[in-house]
Design a protein around this ligand. Sequence first.
Ligand code: ADP
Ligand code: MG
Length: 342
Amino acid sequence: MSIEILPARLANQIAAGEVVERPASVVKELVENSIDAGATRIHIDIERGGHKLIRIRDDGKGIIKDELTLALSRHATSKLKSLDDLECIASLGFRGEALASISSVSRLTLSSKPAEQETAWQAFAEGRDMAVQVQPTAHPDGTTIEVKDLFFNTPARRKFLRTEKTEFSHIDELVKRIALSRFDVAITLTHNQKVIRQYRASSKEQGVKRVAQVAGKVFEQQATYIESGAEGLMLYAWVLPVGCSSSAQYTYVNGRMMRDKLILHAIRQAFEEVIGEQDVPGFVVYLEIDPRQVDVNVHPAKHEVRFHQARLVHDFIVQAIKQTVTSQTDDLVMQQNESQIS
Ligand code: ADP
Ligand code: MG
């Protein structure tokens, strides 16, 4: 075979293989875009587990008409200009691939109206070259992205879609994790036109309400709230005492949800050092770190990060959590002693 440049759609479909695994991955990319656009309200409408429809509406800053085509093109982003930027990334996105990838494996339309633009416009990409068409539409300030018939043109991927119920439960879990990443953003999730979740915007002080709503009432009743800072690191967390049946475990780095091995290991070690090997109870842990100290460009779906000073971060988390577990355990012993005396 001779060497040829791949048509745009095919190149995008190949890229989609890395980030668009299932409907929940589409929801993740689109909701992260809404958050990056400064949205305060996000509506997520799902039909048939996302096989049929995924629609994300936001009240964020929108995309001007002249940039709609770019937004749907690969390697086009407003979040990054240079390698320096990549080293201290503050937004959730930066690869400029999500919209192009998703639109290559579905029927995607993008409608948007920035507040300063009088009319709204809609864009979609067609054919093997993914030529973008733009037409007028009606839309309030903000952006809506509609994704229909996911994987209709990639049978290999479609085969891996599970039942409507399973795919929706992945979406629901993902939306929970996102809801815990930003208390100040209101999020509504519907499935087949029924409201399934409604997270109201709240301040950080009232954050425990959202934690309880997502991770279980037990967090409001029994979790210890901690805040701890040292050497450019800040940790805040809700930690349940040992013996609680909840095993809801959520971790975030700079507002980005992740199941980071280093963080999970540190938390487990903290418990182990105080109470020995037992099941670790539920926790919601937020780590804030100078973006220059962490590399988020490790995995296309950004599930992992790399800390420049891994040891330091690990030990800091162990110390912070250990203090809490120690005082929780002391309280428990005291309560037990008191009840023995009386
Ligand atoms: P990335 O998020 O990595 O920049 P995407 O393909 O996800 O790449 O999005 C491309 C660009 O489209 C973004 O950089 C942003 O400028 C714009 N965009 C996408 N979604 C939205 C949205 N909901 N509101 C405003 N702008 C958006
Ligand atoms: Mg994005």
